[in-house]
Ligand binder design. Structure first.
Ligand SMILES: Cc1cc2nc3c(=O)[nH]c(=O)nc-3n(C[C@H](O)[C@H](O)[C@H](O)COP(=O)(O)O)c2cc1C
Length: 428
């Protein structure tokens, strides 16, 4: 679940939607972004649970990402939300009765890329598991032969009922993807397992289900966030990195089937689902963690904003304020240089966060440090770099250079992994 949901854009410049999702403006990447929901057709089943009111937000966000959403409502769900609300949100006709539109149970599923049931009642889960087709939604589920995602939501006793659990196990064994539920306060006033997953998590699972699995053989180590270099027990030197780029890469790599370890400096972001998470503070901590993980790593992606300097001395006690303080800084170890020395070094992707257009400097770094790819970005550019949801990067490889437009960090992550996948395929 993403805790930090706010979209912050520096200096009040908000990139247009076209910018955020426009991967195709780079001809090299015209094949597209693999985890995208853009241009996908989602058939969304809404069933009779209290969480149905949250579905307007799910539809809105899927549409923001460029998906087309068609809703099927069960009769019971209309007690919780009106068809009109979902029609307005989806900009599409809402379907419900099996006999209202002849053959809708076949035509709707033939056009869809994925089916999502949210919220999924105990009733629809059990009907689906047993192959019952007595309304439009349950009939569509039987006539659909691609991926189905279900987001159960119900009272905890219903959820823990062994019959329901057996039905869920059966669906999962048939390839149905379950997201949630979570533990928390329920609509009935009780606490327990049964809350529908957060919308952002449901979207992440949909993206993953639609994603190609081209990195299944890779063990990817991602570093993210800032490091902290302490002058005394309470004060430190750090930088503005939020970790958003590295976390986006970790999430994208998981979607594409890689085994992912994320070594993160202090960050407010939530741990991405499915990663092995290692929390560190200082550059030396990060180096030690990288060294520990390295033997099982095939690709190292160094997106952390590692501090280049550290106080030469760390005071044991808090430094008293008495006059000016002169600080002597010494260099921290260079993690990539350390890794490069290893015999079986992994494929290395570095980041060059520069102030100003120093692409040439990034190219020199690629060669000097013997990396396989370096991602350049100018952190002073509006909408790019630290603590924003967007980035404008140049992917620099040994043989080529790809300039990408301003895009969401999720899309930048996919673009980087597209190149990684291509190069790893060529290398065999
Ligand atoms: C106020 C109220 C809230 C309900 N909430 C849920 C719920 O959150 N999850 C669930 O599985 N069933 C819930 N039910 C029961 C379903 O609405 C019922 O099983 C219905 O037959 C489901 O039909 P459907 O699966 O076709 O939508 C609720 C019922 C009522 C009256």
């Amino acid at each position: 679940m993403l805790r930090n949901k706010s979209r912050t854009f520096q200096r009040g410049i908000r990139p247009s939607r076209k910018d955020l999702f426009n991967v195709h403006s780079s001809p090299q990447l015209a094949a597209g972004y693999s985890g995208k929901v853009r241009d996908k057709s989602i058939l969304l089943g809404v069933t009779g649970g209290v969480a149905a009111y949250k579905i307007v937000d799910l539809i809105r966000r899927l549409k923001d990402e460029g998906a087309s959403v068609t809703v099927i409502m069960t009769e019971a769900s209309k007690n919780f939300i009106t068809p009109l609300s979902l029609e307005v949100a989806s900009h599409n006709k809402v379907y419900s009765g099996l006999f209202d539109t002849p053959m809708a149970h076949i035509t709707l599923t033939a056009e869809a890329d994925i089916m999502v049931i949210a919220p999924a009642t105990a009733n629809i889960i059990s009907k689906f598991a047993r192959g019952i087709a007595d309304d439009l939604l349950s009939t569509c589920l039987l006539s659909f032969n691609k991926k189905v995602v279900i987001a159960p939501a119900m009272n905890w006793r219903m959820y823990e009922n062994p019959i329901l659990q057996e039905n869920l196990r059966h669906l999962i064994s048939r390839g149905v993807i379950q997201v949630g539920p979570e533990k928390g306060s329920l609509a009935c006033g009780e606490e327990g397992m049964g809350r529908m997953s957060e919308i952002s998590e449901i979207i992440e699972v949909i993206r993953s289900a639609l994603s190609k699995k081209d990195l299944v053989k890779e063990k990817i180590l991602v570093t993210a966030g800032p490091t902290r270099e302490y002058l005394d027990p309470v004060r430190f030197i750090s930088n503005r990195s939020s970790g958003k780029m590295g976390y986006a890469i970790a999430r994208a790599a998981i979607r594409r089937g890689a085994e992912v370890t994320l070594i993160s400096g202090p960050s407010l972001l939530s741990q991405p689902e499915g990663v092995k998470f290692v929390s560190v503070e200082t550059t030396v901590d990060m180096l030690n963690a990288v060294n520990r993980e390295l033997p099982s790593t095939t690709v190292l992606i160094m997106s952390a904003a590692v501090s280049d300097f550290t106080p030469a001395k760390r005071a044991r006690e808090k430094i008293e304020k008495s006059g000016d303080l002169l600080l002597r800084l010494s260099r921290t170890p260079d993690i990539i240089s350390e890794v490069r020395k290893k015999k079986d070094r992994p494929f290395i992707i570095g980041f060059a966060a520069e102030t100003g257009n120093k692409v040439r400097r990034a190219k020199e770094k690629l060669k000097e440090k013997n990396m396989d790819m370096i991602i350049f970005n100018d952190v002073t550019e509006a909408g790019s770099g630290f603590d924003v949801d967007t980035n404008r990067v140049v992917i620099i490889e040994r043989e080529k250079e790809i300039r990408l437009p301003l895009m969401s960090k999720d899309y930048v992550a996919e673009a980087i992994l597209d190149r990684l996948s291509e190069l790893r395929r060529i290398d065999g």
